[in-house]
Design a binder for this molecule. Structure first.
Ligand code: SF4
Length: 323
């Protein structure tokens, strides 16, 4: 690492600095963790925010994202439905409030929606906002009109991941482009949405691709930056992907780099936490301040009770945000 390290100042990393961070020798990882941890504590204290995901619309997507069980080229055995049962949606929302968790994240498969579908979503959002829940929707490309409908309904945040670098993107998806994603995010920012945007590590990309994705995210300055570590799903094109490069050390270096590049943003360890960081949660939480409990869109995960125990055992507290 050739960047001069001033403990008090936030680092301003060049692309070369960032690549060097991903190439940190494992025996120097602790020094990197210390740098990231100092920023984590400076901006996020000792707290961890917990999010619960509901897959509100599952499967039958027109897009061909290689990692995704819901894509048009996936043969994964998953539930497919247009709208999740409303009781389940509202039950999950109550769960977020009863446990004083940070946010209810609502995923919808698909890239395009009719105004009628957005109005149906807006109705559900209005109902959940009656309880003051902080809501985020993971949703495809909205028209400006549709985005305003969701804003008026009270939606706080939208998740739209970059997923990988601009130059690697065509390897994982051919039905839309990286640029479309960036433009969509800028439109949402102009309308005043908080943005959650991150990516996936382990799809065959290079370290340079990870750096370029994170530099693009630094430009966007999202409120939250989730990093997923690939969980290969049988029946998807990446079902047999080689994840041997996803050592805990490498995964930690990626998260440290995210923290160093966008220190004030919530850095979330999303999918893969339970697999790639098992037994290393204290180190993980020294860098990230945000995690999911109770699983991911189509994959299971650690229960809420287990997650709370993991956080407190590691010496952290969990954030109480919702009304
Ligand atoms: S990631 Fe989203 S857009 Fe891509 S296939 Fe899955 S549901 Fe569709």
């Amino acid at each position: 690492m050739n960047t001069t390290y001033d403990k008090e100042a936030d680092p301003v990393l060049s692309r070369e600095d960032a690549i060097a961070i991903l190439n940190t020798p494992d025996d120097q990882l602790q020094e990197l963790l210390d740098r990231a941890s100092a920023l984590r504590h400076k901006y996020k204290g000792n707290r961890v925010s917990i999010h619960i995901l509901t897959n509100a619309r599952s499967g039958n997507c027109s897009q061909d994202c290689a990692y995704c069980a819901q894509s048009c080229r996936s043969k994964a055995d998953i539930d497919k439905y247009k709208w999740v049962d409303e009781d389940k949606l509202y039950h999950n929302n109550d769960f977020v409030n009863e446990h004083h968790l940070s946010r209810h994240c609502i995923g919808l498969s698909g890239m395009k929606f009719t105004d009628q579908e957005i109005e149906e979503l807006a109705r559900r959002i209005r109902k959940m906002k009656e309880n003051g829940t902080h809501l985020c929707c993971s949703i495809g490309f909205l028209t400006e009109k549709q985005a305003k409908m969701l804003k008026d309904a009270g939606l706080d945040r939208i998740n739209h991941n970059l997923n990988s670098s601009r130059s690697f993107y065509h390897n994982i998806c051919t039905t839309h482009t990286f640029e479309q994603r960036v433009e969509n995010i800028h439109m949402l920012q102009r309308l005043g949405f908080e943005i959650c945007s991150g990516g996936i590590v382990g799809m065959g990309e290079s370290k340079e691709d990870i750096v370029d994705m994170l530099l693009a995210l630094r430009e966007i300055q999202p409120e939250a930056l989730p990093i997923n570590f690939l969980l290969p799903i049988k029946g998807t094109p990446l079902g047999d992907a080689d994840t041997s490069g996803l050592t805990t050390e490498y995964c930690l270096k990626v998260l440290c780099l995210a923290r160093l590049l966008v220190p004030k943003t919530d850095i979330r360890c999303a999918a893969g936490r339970e697999v790639y960081f098992k037994g290393q949660e204290k180190k993980l939480l020294s860098v990230v301040d945000s995690i999911f409990a109770s699983g991911y869109l189509t994959e299971g995960g650690q229960s809420i009770d287990g997650t709370l125990k993991t956080i407190t055992d590691a010496g952290f507290t969990y954030e109480i945000e919702s009304a």
